[in-house]
Design a protein around this ligand. Structure first.
Ligand code: CMP
Length: 143
């Protein structure tokens, strides 16, 4: 299996609860390596663009509001089968459905405030990584 990259966001609820370390530990224990990481506060336009695929969904407005309420940590994760591995360790979107041991089961409050985002496919991982990290920045970090 080839080494793959995926994109992760530690969301405002988890950052506010001082959970950057515990969330990252779960990612690392799952075999993923953080190859780029930055704390940022999304603007409304950034959140709208990042989640544009959900713009017709009833929860879109609240999702944008939540994602801009405080700082987030955006990360590039690397490892074998990274997209699938990250989604497994994240757990189901709704923490009520998430398996024991997953990030959302341990740390998420609700389907809206669900601690982490992770790319759902290698194609979207490339798009989402490119949304936050330039190829020059990634080349410097992984040199
Ligand atoms: P995420 O993986 O970041 O992708 C889209 C986000 O929209 C999702 O996590 C949730 O935070 C949110 N979301 C998805 N489905 C719902 C829903 N039914 N109600 C409210 N928020 C949702």
């Amino acid at each position: 299996m080839a080494i793959e990259r995926t994109f992760s966001i530690i969301k405002p609820d988890a950052v506010a609860k001082n959970l950057i370390g515990p969330v990252t530990t779960k990612l690392e224990e799952a075999g993923l390596r953080v190859v780029a990481s930055r704390m940022t506060k999304l603007t409304q336009v950034e959140a709208q663009q990042f989640y544009a695929v959900h713009s017709e969904r009833p929860f879109y407005h609240d999702l944008v509001k939540f994602m801009t309420e405080g700082p987030v940590v955006v990360q590039v994760l690397e490892g074998e089968n990274a997209v699938k591995k990250n989604r497994e360790i994240m757990g189901a979107t709704n923490p009520a459905d998430a398996a024991d041991g997953t990030i959302r089961k341990a740390f998420a409050e609700s389907i809206e405030r669900n601690a982490v985002h992770g790319s759902d496919s290698p194609e979207n991982a490339k798009i989402e990584i490119g949304f936050f990290f330039s190829s020059a920045e990634l080349a410097t970090l992984t040199r």
